[in-house]
Design a protein around this ligand. Structure first.
Ligand code: FE
Ligand code: FE
Ligand code: MG
Length: 164
């Protein structure tokens, strides 16, 4: 990365790179969980759920792109082998083996809650030390908060529907 850009990072750059690589692994797994979830989802309201899952998949892929770009700027290398996603991930991967809408929504709400925790922690770590990473992390965090809210609303709609 540019020397001045690296110099202004007031903490161990390798530590920032490592945190970002873990988040990078999370984003790819989240992307795939949404993408495959949208393919297999079954049950009532499935069109609305599918549309939301696909939109979120697109957001997670965009997050992976943002995080990879920052890792490279910091002089790091984004995870090169998908096998490492499982070793690095904070939030893991929930296989949508039960494709019923409610279960898929529940799994993804859980994933979003984990993502919110991870990005909040990273934001706190870099807040006064790496402004560029901080700014990016806050942007991603805003999306994750929106994702949780969207899925929770769908889940509530679904539960209302179930009562009828
Ligand atoms: Fe994300
Ligand atoms: Fe998300
Ligand atoms: Mg949404």
């Amino acid at each position: 990365m540019g020397n001045k850009g690296r110099e202004i990072v007031g903490m161990d750059v390798e530590q920032v790179i490592e945190m970002l690589n873990r988040a990078f692994a999370d984003e790819w797994l989240a992307y795939y969980q949404y993408w495959i979830g949208a393919k297999v989802v079954r049950g009532p309201m499935k069109e609305a759920v599918m549309a939301e899952l696909l939109q979120h998949a697109g957001d997670e892929l965009r997050h992976a792109e943002m995080v990879a770009t920052r890792i490279i700027q910091l002089g790091g290398v984004p995870v090169l082998d998908p096998k490492e996603w499982y070793e690095k991930t904070n939030c893991g991967y929930d296989r949508p083996s039960n494709a019923y809408v409610k279960e898929i929504l529940r799994q993804n709400v859980k994933g979003e809650r984990c993502a919110i925790e991870v990005y909040s922690k990273i934001a706190e770590m870099v807040r006064d030390k790496d402004f560029v990473t901080y700014n990016m992390v806050v942007q991603i965090l805003q999306d994750e908060v929106e994702h949780e809210d969207d899925l929770q609303s769908l889940l509530e709609d679904f539960e209302e529907w179930e009562k009828k």
